[in-house]
Design a binder for this molecule. Structure first.
Ligand code: AMP
Ligand code: MG
Length: 335
């Protein structure tokens, strides 16, 4: 199969709809990362997504709809706070998990009695979703475990010859996946941190909890249990206080004939003059935007990526950035 990267012109949207109705899989731009889309009602198409990605069978998918789609059609209950959050943040990078049974293929939620729903704001995603006018399941368009794609080229690298079409919208502005919010209880609870932060949600909903996954227990959101976002090169991570250890590892890799590279916040770039550095930027939003771009670049230029973690700040977008960064580069110094 030939994989075409095409703009979102009308002809391609019509073609995308034909593919979706035929049970094919089409990748598309969103404001967070590229998604791998299929008809949420079609068992075979949904299973094909899991097969294409090598995704564990217990990791459920998010259903994407356009801005005028009646979300209530997809759920059994939609609490009052979810309605407030929908008005405040959608379309945008927030996924709402609500009680739902039998509305889409049973393979979407892997047997859970909930459905995760998202309304992306990217004009390409909106145009595509309006054209099909169906719920489209769309996990990130990467092989399971690999770094999420933020350009059409990244999708192509993982799925060339396996899908017919990638709807190109350029680089994804947000850069990390949506905030996933459990809306099944009396108070909303963050399952995965993202660009819509705990503070923003609490402002609108009155309160917001954060779910923390303890290893060994059955996670509330199955995706949380897997190592994720991992680049093909070796990785290590250090705190800013351990910079001299990080530099020692860099030199060792160089002496052994490898090509090391640092990944750090802008404040450390001057201290690392003379070394290969990928600059994450100055604030959490910039870091979210650049993180996956840099992880993809590291695969091309480095044998070892050494992350120096930004100083932890509680809350805000930094929660999402640190979550992705530590899962990508491991929690420690082992390469
Ligand atoms: P991805 O599609 O790769 O961005 O991953 C989707 C994330 O949403 C994963 O972490 C899933 O575990 C989570 N998710 C999807 N559906 C549900 C659901 N019904 N309940 C809880 N988490 C979900
Ligand atoms: Mg993913």
């Amino acid at each position: 199969m030939q994989t075409v990267i095409a703009g979102p012109e009308r002809d391609w949207l019509i073609r995308a709809k034909e593919y979706i109705l035929a049970g094919e899989v089409v990748a598309f731009h969103t404001e967070t990362v590229y998604g791998l889309g299929a008809d949420a009602r079609n068992d075979k198409a949904v299973r094909r997504i899991f097969a294409l990605k090598g995704r564990p069978a217990d990791n459920p998918l998010i259903a994407h709809v356009h801005a005028d789609y009646e979300i209530k059609r997809l759920v059994d209950e939609f609490p009052a706070y979810a309605e407030k959050l929908r008005r405040a943040f959608l379309p945008g990078p927030l996924t709402l998990v609500c009680p739902s049974t039998g509305k889409v293929s049973g393979f979407v939620s892997c047997g859970l009695n909930t459905l995760a729903i998202r309304v992306p704001s990217s004009p390409v995603a909106q145009a595509f979703l309006r054209e099909v006018n169906l719920p489209i399941v769309a996990p990130s368009a990467n092989l399971s475990g690999h770094v999420s794609p933020v350009t059409a080229q990244h999708v192509f690298q993982d799925f060339e010859g396996k899908i017919p079409l990638i709807l190109d919208g350029g680089v994804c502005e947000g850069g990390i996946e949506s905030t996933v919010l459990d809306c099944t209880g009396p108070v909303p609870r963050i399952l995965r941190a993202g660009l819509v932060t705990r503070e923003m949600i609490a402002d609108v909903a009155g309160a917001c909890e954060v779910y923390s996954f303890r290893s060994g227990e059955k996670p509330k959101s199955p995706g949380l249990a897997y190592r994720h976002y991992v680049p093909h090169c070796k990785t290590a991570s250090f705190s800013a206080e351990e910079l001299s250890d990080a530099v020692a590892l860099y030199r060792k890799e160089e002496q052994e004939g490898g090509k090391p590279c640092f990944l750090c916040e802008n404040g450390l770039v001057k201290q690392l003059a003379g070394y290969a550095v990928l600059d994450l930027g100055e604030n959490a939003e910039q870091m979210a935007h650049r993180l996956y771009l840099h992880l993809h670049t590291a695969e091309e230029i480095a044998t070892l990526l050494i992350a120096v973690l930004p100083r932890p700040q509680e809350g805000g977008v930094m929660d999402g950035v640190l979550n992705r960064l530590t899962r990508a580069c491991g929690g420690g110094h082992g390469v």
